[in-house]
Design a protein. Structure first.
Length: 329
């Protein structure tokens, strides 16, 4: 058994290579009703006022509310050839400095199946949309943090199979991003866990993760958030994002359930920004994880892992990186 600690997220991961563990994981049939590595409170994104993470499922749940996001419409010109729901945000229908009225928050929701797999122009439009919404929501005086994320596949709690993204606006900096900022997160320079490097961006497998498949994407030179990227940097980001998602599907021979989220600088200024440790040195990065340890084989968590906050992961990060390097479109 090899033990690795991940101080940025208070997770301890033990790589267990015992045969009985592998046999148990491979023979246990996936069951949507069973406990998987997604927190059950967030299984279908239905409880939007609770915050818990797989890194620390036993953590106290917070009841601090998301900031209400006004309902808006997105035009085809803003996001070419992709379907959007009526709550997709392109231009707000309420003043950005207004405070929420206590109504149930409306969440930005985008069908991303075409931009993430299609032509570069479509993905560029989607990245521009992410940046626009981060900027407009972050300009509100009641928004401290904007989270862009995506669910793909029923195994991660999505109610539809294709990728669809959402954007949440928080009136505080959530605990996990705050801890990563305070720890001074930077890209991992270890070459044996490097998957791909291109156009000023790098994708690596983290040294320890509770998830059997985890990838981090970050710019080689520090950029704090989506808004800070110029056109060339956004193009490079889109290229490596498509590359990594394609490698993951190639690794498993087809569509793979994944969760993806962006870690970026809080939308604070002045003294409030200085009060958040590490805010000035924020380094934009994307995390992509999957509950699959092999094609169609879920990685389940057990009581001992939940009780201790230490996770028994049978996947060796260096070996996963090698497999992803070998995977191609």
């Amino acid at each position: 058994m090899h033990h690795r600690a991940q101080p940025r997220v208070d997770a301890h991961v033990a790589r267990v290579m015992r045969r009985w563990f592998s046999h148990q994981a491979e023979t246990r049939a996936p069951d949507a009703a069973s406990k998987t590595c997604s927190d059950p409170d967030l299984a279908r994104n239905e409880t939007r006022e609770r915050a818990a993470t797989f890194d620390n499922p036993g953590a106290r749940a917070t009841t601090r509310s998301l900031v209400g996001v006004s309902s808006v419409q997105c035009t085809n010109e803003s996001l070419p050839s992709s379907s959007t729901k009526s709550t997709t945000a392109c231009s707000p229908s309420a003043p950005l400095n207004s405070r929420p009225s206590g109504r149930t928050p409306t969440i930005t929701d985008v069908d991303e199946r075409e931009p993430l797999t299609g032509a570069p122009a479509q993905l560029s439009a989607l990245i521009d949309l992410w940046a626009q919404r981060t900027e407009s929501l972050g300009a509100r005086n009641d928004v401290d943090y904007v989270l862009v994320f995506e669910n793909s596949g029923r195994e991660v709690g999505a109610t539809i199979d294709h990728p669809h993204g959402q954007i949440y606006a928080f009136d505080h900096v959530p605990d996990r991003p705050a801890r990563r900022l305070a720890a001074g997160w930077k890209p991992d320079p270890t070459t044996d866990r490097l998957i791909s490097q291109r156009d000023g961006w790098a994708a690596t497998v983290p040294s320890s993760s509770p998830y059997p498949l985890a990838v981090e994407i970050a710019p080689i030179e520090r950029l704090p958030d989506l808004m800070s990227m110029n056109a060339e940097q956004r193009f490079g980001f889109g290229a490596i994002l498509q590359d990594v998602l394609a490698r993951i599907e190639q690794l498993h021979g087809g569509p793979t359930p994944t969760m993806m989220w962006f870690n970026q600088r809080p939308t604070l200024d002045g003294k409030r920004a200085r009060d958040v440790e590490g805010c000035a040195d924020a380094w934009f990065n994307v995390e992509i994880v999957s509950p699959w340890r092999a094609a169609g084989v879920m990685r389940y968590i057990a009581a001992a892992e939940v009780a201790t906050g230490e996770y028994f992961n049978p996947v060796v990060p260096e070996q996963l990186a090698s497999r992803l390097r070998d995977a191609s479109r």
